[in-house]
Design a protein around this ligand. Structure first.
Ligand SMILES: [Zn+2]
Length: 87
């Protein structure tokens, strides 16, 4: 039984490592990896719900299409400016 658990753990670790490597190899953001132009997002309700970290995009300039990592916009947090008080 212990052998089965060890083998199952190694298989799961392999799957996790391959998933992480594939995710890191995907291009990042809305710019085309070939020509650098801004790509159009292709909406797919099922894909967006299943894998929200990924997005399918199509380049209007060169015709490349594929899956890219989605870039979340930076939170626009207003920082209150503290008055400088000399100590
Ligand atoms: Zn392109």
């Amino acid at each position: 039984m212990l052998v089965v658990l060890v083998l199952l753990a190694t298989v799961l670790m392999r799957v996790a490592i391959i998933t992480a490597v594939v995710y890191l190899l995907l291009p990042l953001g809305p710019t085309c990896p070939h020509c650098g132009a801004e790509m159009a997002a292709i909406r797919n309700r099922f894909f967006d719900r299943l894998l929200p970290a990924l997005q399918r995009r199509w380049c209007v300039e060169c015709g490349w299409n594929g899956i890219v990592r989605r870039v979340r916009p930076a939170p626009t947090r207003r920082t209150a400016r503290r008055p400088l008080i000399p100590s």
